[in-house]
Design a protein. Structure first.
Length: 295
């Protein structure tokens, strides 16, 4: 049964994901403060927690790179400070204050291998991360190994985030800017369908690691096909191989499918479910079309 006692939130990070979490919290009627403090500043974080006195903390902050994770390869100190020092500092401050922390982590810590191949076994929360070839992924592996030791922390691994808008950080918009794409099945987090579940887990003080993607996998061609169907009929792209893609990138990319059995079973206990990824993507595109007045 869901917890009925009043809860209040403070969010660290004020980017695209944070905005969607803020909207969902407001719609649910929760008290909410968005902090402007940087999560690597321990003294400021402690003061902020004392000032706001939230029951729950959400961290959406982190270095993801602009325009993509290649940025992290040449900005390693900034990436370490945000993804490792900052995330750990916030978790430790919340632990000291007796506050629950929901940390939006990353699923970009695995890659298909001989045991986990296309259409085969999916990666569970118990599988040891096997992808650290990009500096971004390296920092996410390190931070998760630390954060999961804290008894007050819920880690939600998002992957290929998709939203119902045309924000530059939306995977839809990112892919549409590329002339060539690989066509490999991957997990994805369609955020409008998942964020209410994140809030549900948080208010019930769930902890531990969860793969936080929609059930199933999709290819870039399938996602761009929906974009062409609903929004941009003239959209055109070409495919190339992973080997060809690697030649134009600073850091390798991973491809994977996450197992969400643990997430679905936990949500079922609260009478909640999340739609399969293709259904959720279709709904997101329909909402974009309606809000953008695309004909």
């Amino acid at each position: 049964m869901a917890i009925k006692t009043p809860v209040s939130f403070i969010i660290f990070g004020n980017g695209w994901v944070s905005g969607q979490v803020q909207d969902a919290l407001q719609k649910a009627g929760h008290q909410l403060v968005v902090s402007q403090e940087r999560i690597e500043n321990r003294e400021a974080i402690l003061r902020e927690l004392d000032r706001v006195k939230p029951t729950h903390v959400i961290n959406t902050a982190g270095a993801r790179g602009d325009p993509n994770v290649d940025w992290c390869e040449s900005h390693k100190e900034e990436t370490i400070r945000s993804n490792i020092i900052g995330a750990t500092t916030l978790a430790d401050c919340c632990f000291i204050k007796g506050m629950h922390l929901t940390h939006f982590g990353s699923g970009c810590i695995y890659d298909y291998d001989g045991e986990h191949s296309w259409g085969g076994l999916r990666y569970t929360e118990q599988d040891e991360p096997n992808f650290m070839k990009s500096f971004y992924s390296y920092t996410k592996v390190v931070s998760e190994k630390i954060l999961k030791q804290y008894a007050n922390v819920l880690i939600l691994r998002i992957r290929n985030p998709i939203g119902s808008d045309l924000h530059p950080k939306n995977m839809i918009v990112k892919l549409a800017s590329y002339k060539k794409l690989i066509n490999v099945p991957n997990s994805g987090s369609v955020l409008p369908s998942l964020i209410p579940a994140a809030i549900l887990l948080a208010v019930n003080n769930e902890v531990g690691v969860y793969n936080f993607t929609n059930p199933g996998a999709f290819t870039h061609n399938e996602l761009m096909g929906l974009l062409r169907k609903h929004l941009w009929p003239s959209l055109h792209w070409e495919n190339f191989t992973e080997e060809e893609q690697a030649k134009i990138l600073k850091a390798p990319r991973c491809n994977l499918e996450l197992d969400v059995t643990k997430l679905l079973e936990k949500l079922r206990q609260f009478g909640c479910s999340v739609p399969p990824v293709h259904e959720a993507m279709e709904e997101a595109f329909i909402k974009i079309k309606n809000t953008q007045n695309v004909k």
